[in-house]
Ligand binder design. Sequence first.
Ligand SMILES: [Zn+2]
Ligand SMILES: [Zn+2]
Ligand SMILES: [Zn+2]
Ligand SMILES: [Zn+2]
Length: 364
Amino acid sequence: MRKNIEIKETLSENKLFDSLTRSAFEFLSRAIAEFENSAKFSTIHFAIAIELFLKARLMCEHWSLLLDKPDHSSKESFFKGDAKTVSPDQAIERLRRIAQVIVPEPFKEIFRKIAEHRNKMVHFIHAGEDEADGLDGRQRIVEEQCAGWLALRTLLAEWPEFSGYKTDIWRISVSMERYRPYLQKAFEAKADELRRHRAQGGRVIECPSCRFASVMVSESDDAVADANCTVCRFFHGAEIKVKCENNNCDEVIHFTSYEGRPSQCPSCDTVLSEKYVRDFLDTGEEITHDNYFDFMPISCSSCTGYHAVVKHHDRYVCTECFETAESYSVCDYCNEAQLGSVPEDSGWSGCEFCDGRAGNISDD
Ligand SMILES: [Zn+2]
Ligand SMILES: [Zn+2]
Ligand SMILES: [Zn+2]
Ligand SMILES: [Zn+2]
């Protein structure tokens, strides 16, 4: 017993980061391995893994950010594992405010969904079994975990702090394969629809979440087209097509809003720069001396890309995360124009870019 405490006491910050991360991978493997036996424990362990990854990333900024109430705890009690730590929502919020590390809205949504599911299963003894009873129930949980893993692996690939864990990431991706049979039926049920879409010249691409060739790209003359998975409910985004900048190359480069802009043309290796893609997608009015004061730069509320949104024909698209919307709104408090809508009471509660009146009153 005494020995155990001594080990905890000597944990350095690097070791704690490694310990949180390895624990997260362990919970993920367990979640996948035990799915057949218990959808309940699979969901609970998956949710714990998400929480641990977020904590590990926050830990890279400073260990004290993990404390629920930093004023009430000491470093010693924290490293012994005695202090109360942040919730996943708090961790995401602190990452945004303090480290400017953004977890995009669709990822937050799926993390929240898995956490809600976990709470239900923890509180009600039969919740897990009941839900997983039919194939439909199991399929829903599988879809959820596929989307959860897509979000996690996208973040882990983006965060350089996790570059030492490529083998673990690969191992989890391989073990996710055991979920495919649960979605096979849903895929087969859509086969005719997908075939018709193809026959009419439509594009079908692989879903980055469930990995079936099941994403139907809608017909569009524009460079931005809606792309939705017909098998899992979680993949809905856009496919972008951009002509290669090299005039001697005919390549039309396709990428989804999830993958983001590739760094170069797959055919001739010409760099595909952010500026080029932005100019390519921007079909809005050119800014001149005459309309300068009417022009409103738009930011992205999903990835907080500052003035990253351009008008593309009849919709708006973020050139950083490729989220799209038909309109934009302006926050009543900070006047920042942003893609999609702002909270209804933005003057009071604020938006992604400000804390509103409420936040500023409590600071005084
Ligand atoms: Zn899918
Ligand atoms: Zn090219
Ligand atoms: Zn964005
Ligand atoms: Zn605002």
